[in-house]
Design a protein around this ligand. Structure first.
Ligand SMILES: [Zn+2]
Length: 170
C-alpha cells in the first residue's frame, strides 16, 4: 500500500469513528429527551405544577402513586440509556448497520485449537466482524472488532479477471 492511500485510510478511519460515536451521542440525546418528556407527562397529572424536568417535590415520597410512577419512570429512563449502549455494541463500526449472523466459535473442550467460546457477528456489507466473549469471567471483556478489507471489491476483481479469461476462449 502506498503512502497516499494509507493517509486516505487514516482520514476514512477518523470519519467512521466520528460517525460511530456521533450516532451513540444522538441515541443518548434521544433517550434523554424521551426521559424528560415522560417525566413532564407524568407531572401533568399532579399539582402543583412543576417546571419542565423536575420531580414534583411536594408529591414525591408523600403520594404513593406519584412515588411508584416516579420509580417506574426511573427504570424506564435507565432502560432507554441501556438500550442505546446495548444497540451500539452490535453495530458495524464502519457503516452502522446492525451486525448479523451470530455464529458460535471456539469450544471449552478444544480451547487450544479453537480458542475460547465466542459469538461472532459480521457486517452484511463485509466491513468486519465482532467477537463477543461468551463468558465474561474477569469483568466485562470488550468485544473485539476486526476490520476486513473491502471483500466485495476483491470478489468483483477476481470475477472480472475470470470473465476476461473466459472471453479469451474461442
Ligand atoms: Zn458495515
Amino acid at each position: 500500500m502506498t503512502k497516499r492511500t494509507t493517509g486516505m485510510g487514516m482520514l476514512q478511519e477518523i470519519k467512521s469513528h466520528v460517525k460511530y460515536w456521533g450516532f451513540l451521542l444522538l441515541k443518548l440525546t434521544g433517550a434523554a429527551l424521551g426521559a424528560a418528556v415522560s417525566l413532564w407527562f407524568l407531572n401533568l397529572f399532579w399539582e402543583p405544577r412543576t417546571r419542565w424536568f423536575h420531580m414534583n417535590q411536594y408529591q414525591f415520597s408523600y403520594d404513593l402513586w406519584y412515588t411508584t410512577l416516579a420509580g417506574v419512570w426511573f427504570l424506564f429512563s435507565y432502560g432507554l440509556f441501556y438500550l442505546a449502549f446495548w444497540d451500539q455494541k452490535y453495530r458495524c463500526r464502519t457503516c452502522l448497520r446492525r451486525l448479523r449472523m451470530p455464529v458460535e466459535t471456539g469450544s471449552w473442550g478444544y480451547m487450544l485449537q479453537l480458542g475460547r467460546p465466542q459469538i461472532e457477528y459480521i457486517c452484511p456489507y463485509g466491513h468486519g466482524k465482532l467477537n463477543v466473549e461468551e463468558l465474561q469471567i474477569s469483568g466485562t471483556v470488550l468485544p473485539e472488532w476486526t476490520e476486513h478489507g473491502d471483500i466485495w471489491a476483491e470478489l468483483f476483481a477476481t470475477s472480472e479477471a475470470g470473465d476476461a479469461k473466459d472471453s479469451d476462449k474461442p
